[in-house]
Design a protein around this ligand. Sequence first.
Ligand SMILES: [Zn+2]
Length: 449
Amino acid sequence: MFCTRTNCVKGHRALCYGFVTDWLQGHERAERDVQRQLTTVRDLRKTNRAGALWELYLRGALSRREIGASTGVSLATVSNVVSELLEQGLVIEVGLEDSNGGRPGSLVQVNPTFGFVIGVDIGETAFLVELFDLGMTALASHRSTTVLTRLDPEDAVAHVVEGIERVIAEAGVSAKDILGIGVGVPGLVEHADGAIVHGQSVGWDAVPFEKLLRRHVALPLIIDNGAKTLGQAESWFGAARGVDNAVVALLGIGVGTGIISNRQLYRGATSSAGEWGHTTVVVDGRECRCGARGCLEAYIGAAAIVSRYEQLAGDPHPETQVDLEDRITQLVSARQDDENAAKVLGETAMYLGVGIANLANLFNPQRVVVGGWLGQALSTALLPQIRSAAARNALRLPFSHLEIVRAELGSDAVALGAATLPVAKFLSLGGPTKASTSRNNDRLSRRSS
Ligand SMILES: [Zn+2]
């Protein structure tokens, strides 16, 4: 029997013979092979684009030769990929490489204004929304605080939506040029039917936060734990940059970590890894907001530190994070003259050092980065004490390979890290999908007109 299909992949109209069933089965297999080959070609193209974009994004301007060397792709393929990216406006030429007598190649980098991203930091009492270009330069920022004493999901959504509208208006960009919005939240994030937030310490029990936000926001959303977004920010741009294995600690009212393992965020089975603040440091110790006792957060969290000071000194209780930040600043600056402040901060440094020793023994990081507004305040004042407590409690070998450093990024690091979530997705997809390519073609043609 002859094959009459004009697109027979075997390439020979007369080669399909034998039993009808064999022929049909053979064709089904052949069709699948074609699909697989097409998929593979598409995948390969996407992989090559993604590889080049990631290199350019994290390393800056590179020549085609350098991209090829670091991605293991031939110069011819890299040249094709770069030409395509230049044509789409994703990358731009930025000069010539240094040459040793030969003809210098041109350098390309990711076009920072190809698209924009928004990062959101939902704190326990304050909300920060920032709009960045692809070079992560903040173009607009909006901070607000809640008047409620407890973080409420609908109230948080209202603050975030207002912030998003404000930063888009302030930056003067079109919503369709925004690649996505990343949101850092104070709780565990389960990715089921949209992101579900489990914020045991803030009273959020399986809050369908993505669904709540989607009622008001049509742009692509990626929601993650705030400590993890801080970890990603410090790993890409800050104190954990260039380090394969690091732990970035977020210290504020709550305490958490982003664990970087082989340059990737370690998430665990249900993405809840890194809840360092709720590891037990004192059996049956102080009550923690999570309901357990003796958690690290109950010793080094901001409210815990201030409350311990009040116990010793008998001061009134603060009600908001602003009060807490002021109180911590006062304690740190008064530690030379105020015996109670010195005592409380000495204890805090000890527990923080113990917590870091546990991280060293468990994860063997090259670097522990102490961040968050509280982490910055404590590490500025107490780093030698924190280091010596960690040294006393860690095993010698992992401690000998460990650096304990302050975070490098500022108070918007959680929002910055959240904004890297849509950037990471964009780079891993190798740039825009078909729909967004036409979107950007529209944009490019509009700009040139
Ligand atoms: Zn706890």
